[in-house]
Write a protein that binds this ligand. Sequence first.
Ligand SMILES: [Zn+2]
Length: 141
Amino acid sequence: MFTKQQQTKSTKVKKKSKNPRKTLENKLDTLSAKLCRTQGYCTICGKKDGVLNAHHFKSRVYKGVRWYQPNLICLCVHHHTFDFKFSAHKTPEAFKARMIKLKGQEWFDDIEKKAVEHTSWKSGQLEEMLQDIKLKLKELE
Ligand SMILES: [Zn+2]
């Protein structure tokens, strides 16, 4: 079974973007999600087995927090998209409230602030972010 994310990823691979900035952003997407999933359990239910997803609390449209770890929430597929009673995508308002309760108002304010602070990253900054994520992943190996 493929998640929507995996399908998107494999399409991107086939296309092989020649735009170096896009390539960099794609790598950041992949590795920041991977780093998020190293949490190893769902933030809501604590489930460890099965597929885990990296959910962007604040939409990835906001590039200021697209690769910002505190904005990435490790979730089981159930609490990411499938559960109609409570999940990040089916009940966004309830999910938001739960996250603020769990992580605190400061966490939320920080994300809101950063989301609009950085709207355009320089390639060098993206490269730095990528190296930082790679290093963190290596430390976790
Ligand atoms: Zn869960």
